[in-house]
Design a protein around this ligand. Structure first.
Ligand SMILES: [Zn+2]
Length: 194
């Protein structure tokens, strides 16, 4: 293959997003593994707060996993990026500070493939601002859906339940949920108590 600019560098941003139970982490891991077959040097980061399954891994609900480095914020992430890295994966992107948007942009400008994974909305159905901004800047956005547990429609919202009842708008955002507290719902079945 002949390119006019043979010194052309790579580098772009891919966003994998949607609600919970949509298979986002499966897709995230699939993309990273695919790149690893082609011998790209990959580093994966996650917020230090997410200890759902394992401290040093990103693990999907179906138990696929990749190694991941826990970091406390975007500044620490940037410091820990290796000079030789070709691909940076960032999991649970919605839990990072807003500077992660700039960091992702800078890495992509330098020639790195940046793949981020995370929720686009909180349990109230409102945008996580860093994810919203990354979706605008990204070359590719893959928005995955779940299936509404109430009616079978395509679901793009995460229902939060506290003691089996829809959460109140003013309840603090709990960072990580399991199936007993969160479920996928469509726009018609999603409930927020005001
Ligand atoms: Zn529904």
């Amino acid at each position: 293959m002949y390119f006019l600019n043979s010194n052309a560098k790579m580098g772009w941003i891919e966003v994998i997003t949607g609600c919970m139970f949509a298979g986002k982490t499966e897709e995230f891991i699939r993309r990273l593994v695919r790149l690893s077959y082609a011998k790209f040097e990959i580093q994966v980061f996650k917020p230090a707060i997410d200890n759902r399954y394992c401290e040093n891994k990103v693990v999907s609900h179906t138990q696929n996993a990749v190694e991941a480095i826990p970091v406390k914020d975007s500044a620490e992430l940037l410091v820990k990026v290796k000079k030789t890295a070709n691909v940076i994966g960032i999991d649970e992107i919605q839990f990072f500070d807003n500077n992660i948007v700039k960091v992702a942009d800078e890495l992509a400008d330098k020639g790195i493939i940046v793949i981020v994974n995370g929720l686009d909305k909180d349990f109230r159905g409102e945008a996580f601002l860093n994810v919203e901004q990354l979706m605008v800047r990204a070359e590719e956005v893959k928005k995955l859906h779940a299936i509404c547990v109430k009616c079978g429609n395509l679901a793009n919202r995460t229902q939060r339940l506290i003691n089996g009842k829809p959460a109140n708008y003013n309840d603090p955002i709990v960072l990580i949920g399991e199936k007993d507290k969160y479920e996928a719902r469509c726009r018609h079945c999603h409930e927020v108590v005001y």
